[in-house]
Design a protein around this ligand. Structure first.
Ligand code: SAH
Length: 251
């Protein structure tokens, strides 16, 4: 018996991995995060599967399901949104399983920041503009560890993918303008890859009003940086004068 922590991807059921589908197809017990996981992926489960929505469950209730599954020797598919390693709260579940002596595996998923970049048709890294991406959030009920406040994260002008923070769309630009400039491109991507996806694009000085006007309050990412939608810089990778392991320079 095993518990599989599965990344469901950002929303579109096509963006789940082949490995995840194979596991779902043979799972008779599934707990999924109903608040963000697209219920369409439940179609991969066998008809008789027992399906539970973790949105209405406590950690103890989830652990109790794992315990029951252990007793009847049945695998559990535990489906999280995006990639389970990001803001997924899987750690406490894994600890519970270790205490019970239950084996588990993690199946990665396409994260929402990747789906947002795809929706924007942008690279997050651009030569000479940004060669680093910071996945971060602002504090909510979960405080930010000292030194990781948005202001600190802004100091390198890396591309920022800000999770769980749409409700702070007014404060975020104020914090970032001193580091990125008021004209720095920003995109707010709501429900990336879902049929009702919305993209709002602007600058640090315009994005707050535009996001409020679009009625976006949650389930969105704030993507900030000069790489967002940038054109005019070229990677050395495909440069004809640049040789690498797989190709000789043509000149
Ligand atoms: N593990 C998930 C993140 C979970 S935290 C992942 O890898 O994507 C939940 C936050 O993720 C939301 O508040 C929002 O900021 C972001 N999010 C999740 N799905 C999203 C989507 N389809 N589009 C935009 N943002 C999304």
């Amino acid at each position: 018996m095993k518990v599989y922590f599965i990344g469901a991807g950002p929303g579109d059921p096509d963006l789940i991995t082949v490995r995840a589908v194979k596991i779902l197809e043979r799972s008779k017990i599934c707990i999924y995060a109903g608040s963000l996981v697209n219920p369409d992926i439940l179609k991969y489960l066998p008809k008789e599967a027992r399906i539970l929505d973790s949105a209405s469950m406590t950690l103890d209730e989830v652990i109790a399901v794992y315990k029951e599954a252990k007793e009847i020797d049945e695998d559990v598919a535990r489906v999280h949104t995006g990639d389970p390693s990001l803001y997924g709260a899987i750690n406490e579940q894994m600890e519970g399983l270790e205490e019970m002596g239950v084996e588990y595996d993690v199946v990665p998923g396409v994260s929402s920041f990747q789906a947002a970049a795809a929706a924007l048709k942008t690279e997050l890294t651009m030569p000479e503009i940004s060669q680093a991406v910071v996945l971060t959030r602002t504090s909510g009920r979960t405080p930010m560890p000292e030194g990781q406040e948005l202001e600190k994260m802004a100091q390198n002008q890396a591309t920022l993918c800000i999770f769980l923070s749409t409700h702070k769309i007014k404060e975020v630009p104020d914090t970032l303008i001193p580091y990125y400039g008021a004209d720095c491109p920003v995109a707010v991507v709501y429900k990336a890859s879902w049929p009702d996806q919305i993209i709002v694009q602007g600058t640090l000085s315009t994005i707050a009003n535009k996001t409020v006007s679009a009625g976006i309050k949650k389930t969105a990412l704030i993507m900030v940086g000069h790489a967002i939608g940038a054109r005019g810089t070229t990677s050395k990778l495909y440069d004809k004068n640049f040789s690498h392991e797989f190709r000789k320079a043509t000149k």
